[in-house]
Design a protein around this ligand. Structure first.
Ligand SMILES: NC(=O)c1ccc[n+]([C@@H]2O[C@H](COP(=O)([O-])OP(=O)(O)OC[C@H]3O[C@@H](n4cnc5c(N)ncnc54)[C@H](OP(=O)(O)O)[C@@H]3O)[C@@H](O)[C@H]2O)c1
Length: 232
């Protein structure tokens, strides 16, 4: 495929690596080349099959609007624009393009959500639970979006069996250069169950994003990666 990557930061640079390994043609535009969406004119996008965005909240909406309006498919990993999600969905439908987004493109993390969902049954059998998350010291938000998503997965699974339910407490740690570790601990008077996802690098995000672009080829519509990753 001919891919245009927006952003050559921590995640974007890995997307470029993975795309090259998977034999795609990749062009990259960072902040300098894309001032006021200069890299996203109809002319510049002419031979591009899909645009992958790992930039920043301040520019992602303008990038999305430029690409979708030009009729281009997109994979968007950048976060911070979801308050506009309904408007963007309508724009994608209006221009009949393809779009996959997610705050987390790691297939391993989505597998972990399924495992946590299955483990939620423990809460109906005298277990109590806690969530722990560890990230590098530079991470600005706490708790992490992934920890909140795990909490929601367990809440939704538990409520199916009962209407009495308190959310699992999340404890956040910020230490060293930890990429991202999430643990669910379920404890009963008789035993303890540990579930752990430990990201070794950002590569999982990059692989998921490139594979989502491959999946999107020839498709139209607005998709959340959580509904797509099983088909990769
Ligand atoms: N969905 C997921 O799985 C996932 C995973 C990780 C991160 N993220 C999200 O992805 C985004 C990027 O994360 P990151 O850790 O890679 O951040 P980062 O290292 O700060 O990289 C962001 C890059 O965006 C580029 N940029 C800024 N404005 C731009 C513009 N107008 N056009 C093109 N490029 C522009 C800059 O490129 P230059 O260096 O060229 O100036 C910068 O290096 C964040 O929103 C983060 O939350 C999502």
């Amino acid at each position: 495929m001919n891919l245009l990557l927006l952003g050559r930061g921590k995640t974007g640079s890995l997307v470029a690596e993975v795309a090259a390994e998977r034999k795609h043609e990749i062009r990259i535009a960072g902040a300098k080349e894309n001032v006021s969406c200069a890299a996203l004119t109809t002319e510049r996008l002419r031979d591009i099959d899909c645009v992958i965005d790992f930039t920043a909240p301040h520019c992602v909406l303008a990038n999305i609007e430029a690409c979708v309006t030009a009729g281009k498919s997109m994979v968007v990993g950048t976060t911070g624009w979801y308050s506009e999600i309904d408007r963007i969905r309508a724009l994608v439908e209006q221009h009949d393009t393809g779009f996959v987004y997610s705050p987390n493109f790691s297939v391993g993390v989505h597998l972990f959500f399924d495992v946590a969902c299955a483990a939620a049954a423990a809460l109906r059998h005298d277990y109590s639970g806690q969530i722990f998350e560890r990230h590098h010291v530079h991470k600005k938000d706490a708790p992490s979006g992934t920890a909140i998503a795990i909490q929601k997965v367990i809440r939704d699974a538990s409520r199916r069996g009962s209407n009495q339910y308190d959310d699992l407490e999340i404890t956040s740690f910020r230490e060293g250069d930890v990429v991202g570790m999430h643990e669910v601990v379920l404890e009963s008077p008789a035993d303890r169950i540990y579930l752990c996802h430990d990201a070794k690098s950002r590569r999982g995000f990059a692989e998921g994003a490139v594979r989502a672009a491959e999946w999107l080829a020839g498709k139209k519509g607005f998709y959340d990666f959580k509904d797509v990753w099983r088909e990769l």
